[in-house]
Write a protein that binds this ligand. Structure first.
Ligand SMILES: [Zn+2]
Length: 785
């Protein structure tokens, strides 16, 4: 037997299989000597993953260390196992195990000795050399006996994901909820992240590293089903996670109900039984009702601006653009709603069939990939089928030769691996590739007249007849008509009504409309944020910093009352400023059950502070309430200023609807773990104001023009109005959305169509009665933020 297990009982081998052999020290090994009847022994300090060498022969590399009993010096050596011995060893080796190897060959890793005059040596072991490996097996608990068995595995036990514990080595089945295609990690290994879930509804995230790309699970999309053997479970930052252990193996199956059950793996040797078949079928059925497909697989014809999606396509050409980006020319047989941008490269740089690329011109799109994806992109073969994950589109206006502006779709695969960004080559036998091939075969080449017929069946008038025709083709306009950059969140039963009809009708009514956004107000988006009282419906401006500063300065002119300091609710501290006429600032630290919490959990009350002081304190403390000394208790300073400041967010109350209560009422909240604005407001008798976007949209559907106003706290833009003023990113996102609705420099023909629900209502001012329109139950189409 090339591999022997020696069971240890209380640290002593049960049988002595090595008594006929002679033990040698690592330090005494020399190249060229005969080690047929000799063995070395030591602890496994390193086990690499099983890799495929020449002729698909398995290779396992380990590090062995030996401790000299007399000098306690540690010697180390690397051993390479080949062929079936490598595969067998990979199944049973664990770091820290004691092993012995007999019948090996000693080789020198370099031709010249290293600095200390010694040759750097390593060992080779394989069945061809008649090598034998002895593994001392400690009976550890019950979980590892299964995987220790060397008998051909006929029956594996699969652990449900809700029964995993740190330290276990398990076999599991699961449905993929999230994954990152393998990418080169900082070291030389490929890395892949996979989150799976099973019928217990428990999720497990696994981190896989391997020097061999193929050894990592071959997952193509969320919903795929995986089987992992010898997955090690560990607890990291309180999260249970799975990692590769020695001998780790993965099979992947398509998750689609009814699809043939063909295991995906690079391994030639794996075990797949009728029971496995049942496991996969059961998971497919469970997943079909319990897991919503979370990745968006989209065809190029359905792509919208500012979207992240997964694309299945064929590679037609590729080119290096610069060191940090790489161009892929792909197609999927369908045509994008806007023409693809063209990345400028020299023809000579392009690898691929130029005449075919030229022939398919309007069906190809240019994708720029960046950073870590460049390496993968370079290695792709023209003609191969790809899935590109989390591809990002942007709409750009481009100037053409006749100075007219048109729109083009940019495709980017950004650097990094967040959201599973990456590229994967799909095998020819993949069912998605099958489908793609059929579409590619039947794809019509331009020019294609059939689009006109399709679009005339749409009820819209031909918009391009009304506006002066720009550089955008009829085809693009008509493609746009079928899409909407907004989504309606209810009332789908309503029929679309043209604006000219709405303008003739009386209020109040509700309509579903389809129009373009001709213009909007205010142009400076941050000006659209207002404070709204849900009780009295009054709208007011968010106070300017200068006004806030004034209010706080006035508050600072009264001296804190010492009688109101250090109560059962709070500890107080008073400072006197040196300049500024000896201004006094009091800070009251609110206790929790008589104990002062840490500053990031602590609510403080501040008396006499300036705006800049309050802002600094709000960075450090959980919450800040500006107060002043009243007759009997501290009071909220002034409802013209925020009553509560949390980080950068200011919370305001309605002056008309609130009836202020003294600060001691916060007592009712001190046992709560955090200071929730609505609870603080309630305790202090304040009706909180909501931050909302208020905008006017001028809508045009070619039959008429109508002004509708939008008032929304977060549903329409999917951006909270309360945060936008302090967050440049959110402001930027909003600008991007508005630029998509109303592309700067473009003609209205090229604007996207939008669907809205609007309601009409009557407004009377003086003797005049007017009908106004408000947008409701509408949201932007995609997860663009
Ligand atoms: Zn009010």
């Amino acid at each position: 037997m090339p591999l022997e297990l020696i069971k240890e009982v209380n640290g002593v081998p049960e049988v002595d299989l090595l008594n006929k052999l002679h033990k040698v020290d690592i330090r005494s090994l020399q190249p060229g000597c005969d080690y047929d009847k000799k063995y070395i022994q030591g602890k496994l300090s390193l086990i690499s993953s099983l890799i495929c060498g020449e002729n698909r022969r398995a290779i396992l590399k380990i590090g062995l260390q030996e401790q000299d009993n007399s000098s306690s010096e540690i010697s180390k050596i690397n051993i390479l196992f080949f062929g079936s011995l490598a595969k067998d060893c990979a199944k049973v080796f664990y770091e820290g195990d004691t092993i012995a190897v007999a019948g090996f060959v000693v080789l020198s890793a370099s031709s010249s000795p290293s600095r200390d005059g010694k040759h750097c040596l390593f060992l080779k072991a394989s069945e061809n050399f008649k090598s034998t490996v002895y593994v001392y097996v400690k009976p550890v608990g019950d979980c590892s006996t299964e995987s220790m068995s060397l008998a051909p595995a006929t029956h594996y036990v699969y652990t449900p994901l809700n029964q995993l514990k740190g330290g276990m080595i398990v076999n599991v089945y699961g449905v993929v909820k999230f994954f990152k295609p393998p990418y080169l990690s900082r070291g030389t290994d490929y890395c892949s992240v996979v989150t799976i879930v099973d019928q217990t509804n428990v999720k497990l995230t696994c981190l896989f590293f391997s020097g061999n790309y193929e050894a990592l699970p071959m997952i193509y999309k969320n919903g795929d089903i995986v089987r992992f053997h010898r997955l090690k479970i560990q607890v990291y930052k309180k999260e249970t996670q799975g990692i590769t252990s020695s001998g780790f193996a993965a099979l992947t199956f398509e998750g689609t109900l009814g699809a043939p059950i063909i295991p995906r793996t690079a391994s030639k040797c794996f075990n797949f039984t009728a029971e496995d078949q049942k496991m996969v079928e059961a998971l497919r059925i469970w997943a079909s009702t319990h897991i919503s497909p979370s990745s968006i697989s989209v065809k190029l014809c359905d792509v919208q601006p500012m979207q992240y999606f997964d694309l299945t396509c064929q590679l037609l050409g590729k080119a290096e653009v610069d060191g940090a980006s790489f161009l892929l020319k792909v197609w999927d047989g369908t045509r994008t709603p806007f023409p693809s941008w063209r990345v400028l490269i020299q023809d000579v740089a392009l690898e691929g069939d130029l005449s075919r690329i030229h022939q398919l011109q309007n069906l190809t799109v240019d994708i720029l990939v960046y950073d870590n994806h460049v390496q993968v992109a370079k290695s792709l073969k023209v003609g191969s089928f790809l899935r590109i994950y989390s591809l990002h589109t942007k709409l750009q206006s481009v100037s053409s030769e006749n100075l007219a502006t048109s729109l083009a779709l940019e495709f980017h695969l950004h650097g990094g691996t967040s959201y599973g960004r990456g590229i994967r080559v799909l095998p020819e036998n993949n069912s998605d590739v099958d489908q793609l091939k059929k579409i590619l075969e039947s794809a019509h080449l331009p020019p294609n007249q059939s689009f006109v017929g399709v679009c005339q069946s749409e009820q819209e008038d031909s918009f391009s007849n009304i506006s002066s025709s720009g550089s955008v083709s009829l085809y693009e306009v008509e493609r746009c008509q079928q899409l909407s950059a907004t989504i309606l969140t209810g009332h789908q039963y309503l029929e679309k009504t043209p604006l000219c009809a709405i303008l003739k009708q009386n209020a109040p009514q509700q309509y579903r409309i389809r129009a373009k956004l001709r213009s909007y107000k205010p142009k400076r988006l941050f000006q659209s944020v207002k404070l709204y009282c849900p009780k009295c419906h009054l709208l007011q401006e968010v106070p300017h910093e200068i006004d806030l500063d004034k209010i706080f300065q006035e508050g600072a002119s009264t001296t804190p009352d010492t009688k109101l300091q250090n109560t059962s609710l709070y500890n107080s501290k008073v400072w006197t400023t040196k300049d500024q006429g000896e201004r006094k600032v009091a800070i009251h630290f609110v206790k929790n059950n008589g104990i002062l919490p840490l500053s990031n959990d602590c609510l403080i009350l501040i008396e006499g502070g300036t705006l800049s002081e309050i802002c600094k304190l709000s960075d450090k403390f959980h919450s800040v309430i500006p107060v002043r000394s009243g007759h009997e208790d501290l009071e909220v300073l002034d409802l013209s200023a925020p009553f509560l400041i949390q980080g950068k967010i200011h919370h305001y109350g309605c002056k008309h609807c609130s009836s202020l209560r003294p600060i001691k009422n916060l007592n009712s909240l001190v046992n709560k773990t955090s200071w929730i604005p609505s609870s603080v407001a309630e305790a202090l008798g304040i009706v909180p104001l909501r931050q909302v976007f208020v905008m006017t949209f001028t809508l045009d559907d070619g039959t008429g023009v109508l002004e509708a106003y939008l008032m929304d706290s977060e549903n329409f833009f999917q951006i909270p109005a309360s945060e936008v003023l302090n967050n440049d990113n959110l402001q930027h996102n909003m600008e991007m959305i508005m630029d998509m609705f109303c592309p700067p420099g473009a003609k209205i023909d090229a604007y996207p169509w939008l669907e809205f629900f609007i309601r009409s209502y009557n407004v009377t001012s003086g003797k005049e009665q007017q009908i106004c329109y408000q947008i409701f139950d509408t949201t932007i189409a995609d997860d663009v933020i």
